[in-house]
Design a protein around this ligand. Sequence first.
Ligand code: SAH
Length: 455
Amino acid sequence: MDNQVKIGTRFPLTIKRLDINGAGIGYYKRKITFVTGALPQEVVVAEVTAVHERFLEARVHRVKQPSPDRVPPIDPLYGQVGGIELAHLAYPAQLAFKRDVVAQSLAKYKPAGWQHYDLRPTIGMAQPLHYRNKASFPVRRVNGHVAAGLYAPGSHRLVPLTHFATQRESTMHIVTTLCHLLESLDVPVYDEHQNAGAVKTLIVREAAATGESQVTLVTNSPELPQQGPLLAAIARELPTVVSVAQNVNPGRTSLLWGPTTKILAGQPTITETILGKQFQLSPQAFLQLNPAQTATLYETAAKALALTPQDRLVDAYAGVGTIGITLADRVQEVRGMEIIPAAVADANANAARNGVTNARYEVGTAETVFPRWLKAGFAPTAVVVDPPRAGLDGGLIRALHQARPAKLCYISCNPSTLARDLVALSRDYRVDYIQSIDMFPYTARCEAVVKLTRL
Ligand code: SAH
């Protein structure tokens, strides 16, 4: 044990690799040290920011020997806000990192045959900047002005943003204009200390295919002072905003959305197009955040499933049904399930609107609905699962072993739970390949599509 190390202690450190959060890993007197902002092969002077029993946390005080992949941070606010952990890493090296995260997770959980898995090079973006179609920014008064942005890491101190490397420019233009309008109309914005003021959060979403935008003002109470003049100004100054909503979310809470949403002006939804199908998005409907890569992700899943007109496809963890509806024309039948009732209603409405008659969605967990379908005699031939970070429930894995569909595609946003689930799935399935796809350039987040074939 080293009792000398405390917060502020500095020492030179050689960085071995990046951890799953994009921090550099080195060993100081054999103790694992996570250094924010350090890159593999670098020698840095690390400064300790937290001391734990089994590990240290540190930041880069100085880079002594830079990595050839180090670049000037892509955004001037790097280090002051989250969401761009890899801003200092060249894009090709980011893609290699995302493949390596999958490899590290496999080495930890060791599913059958893992050493021989075909880990394909990550599919990146040609233009990896300004991709996010949605901004959810807290609004506060900062230095006397209404501002929206992101919190500084580990705090509730707002860092105002008018441009951001990962955010579509049009979403930032709308956020900035809304801040000006709130200020000039004297609409009170939220004050967290006093739990006072009206507007807490601005949520702006843009449909890339149509250019339509949707604004949701999250407020502390049902009252929105200056509502009339504000809506008139939005109509005048932001012509792409075709849908304005208010969500009421009272009090101090870490939740973004409160229980009630109402449309204040314009249409209730905006329309996005994915692989030729149209999706109407109500303010709270979930949609992938990177429109250009979403089509690539779904095509990669379709290729992994090698769909035929005879297939009976299950779209598990379906959201608003985007995967099943975009693939429905290629198969005999699609069934999907999802736990959020509003999303399921959207999914069925989206199917109908696109003239898709062979897809239907049900409310419920994958682990209860899928076994129920099996019991009723349904025999799927292809299954796509797209679970949240927690991965697959054991009940679903058992049901998959029972149903034994010939083709299985696992879309994962968390390599750790993916590797864990592959331990169980590899009893009945061969892992043909793992294709990582970069859905979130300049962040450490990693998405992967796995093609599995029944043994
Ligand atoms: N496939 C969709 C959504 C993926 S996000 C798309 O590409 O847009 C994962 C979804 O799984 C979320 O909508 C979440 O509400 C849902 N979900 C979470 N736990 C679930 C469970 N146990 N069973 C079914 N759906 C679940």
